[in-house]
Design a binder for this molecule. Sequence first.
Ligand SMILES: Cc1cc2nc3c(=O)[nH]c(=O)nc-3n(C[C@H](O)[C@H](O)[C@H](O)COP(=O)(O)OP(=O)(O)OC[C@H]3O[C@@H](n4cnc5c(N)ncnc54)[C@H](O)[C@@H]3O)c2cc1C
Length: 347
Amino acid sequence: MKTNDARSTVVVVGAGLAGLAAARELADAGRRVTVMDEGRGPGGRTSRRVRGGFQYDHGAQYFTVRTPRFRTKVEAWRRSAVVAPWSPRLVAVDAEGTVPKTETRERYVGVPGMDAMAADLARDLDVRRGVRVERLKRTDAAWQLLGDGDVVLAEADTVLVAAPPDQAATLLADAPDLVAAARRAEMHPCWAVMLGFAGPAPVGWDGAFVNVGPLSWVARNSSKPGRVGGEAWILHAGPAWSRAHIDDDSGDVVACLHDALRQATPGIDWPEVADAGAHRWRFALPDPVLAEVCLVDQTLGLAAAGDWCGGPRIEGAYLSGLAAADRLLGRGHAVDPGDGDQEGKTS
Ligand SMILES: Cc1cc2nc3c(=O)[nH]c(=O)nc-3n(C[C@H](O)[C@H](O)[C@H](O)COP(=O)(O)OP(=O)(O)OC[C@H]3O[C@@H](n4cnc5c(N)ncnc54)[C@H](O)[C@@H]3O)c2cc1C
């Protein structure tokens, strides 16, 4: 396996933050890199939707910075206006009512949407969208990446699987140790509802950690920097409710979570809804995550990365991708995945 050969080819499966961070690092080190993703654009769970005059970040909401390596990247992104600080007025909503949260944690968002970091990492890379990799097959000379009907999508010396652990385990079938590790991580679902209101919501806060009813997080998306359009809100259901309702009709979920918002905020006269939609995240947040920051089998030329290795957040995904690239480049890795805590329920 020519993992230290500057001509060696790498295919990265998954154009989320982990896959793109790795691809960028490998390409900068002279590897020939192709990224394949089944989705419509890069970003994975850092996604954005524009509809009906409203703009929504319906996946990741914001990110925090815990490690020097990620801070260096975030500062570069700030200088090039890829990200900006977001200072929401935050509250906690519980059975007793709504209580302001006073803390000074730095929060950042992509501009104009949470997919901005992925778009920046993907620039000048060979990213193939709408391509689902069904399985990997070892030949004498290389790995074949097979799509639907076993059509050969690509060949590579090395494959980095940067997909959630269920999908990763399928693709890593020839590496039983990596499969066993991936099976130790678990992903929890999240229903996200997007509500566009006909006018400003009469609430004195922009984000709420909700501890009553089905909701876990509510945010005024239009309070983030660089957003255009109308008064856009995001509602996230907690993992238990999302799991119990994962196959529900999206219209029913919109109605139920909109009602939950009104119940959690008695006395608030929410404006009329002008736009509504829902997104079902089957694999939203990992818990537990692995102790390893990435998984690499140098002999086979197979690796895996993602937030389920690096930590359940954007920073964890990014650092996991970098660690995998470091290992594949023979640099070893000394990445601190952060302190491991996850603020709030989804963010
Ligand atoms: C609702 C929600 C709220 C969140 N809130 C926050 C937050 O506020 N702050 C925070 O830091 N993090 C948050 N997160 C978590 C954050 O989004 C993730 O930790 C991070 O984006 C994961 O990146 P990743 O590259 O590991 O995986 P992903 O972004 O999931 O990327 C994996 C990619 O692999 C592709 N893929 C999978 N299988 C295949 C296949 N077989 N063939 C081709 N492509 C494939 C997928 O299409 C996807 O694009 C949230 C996530 C969700 C869903």
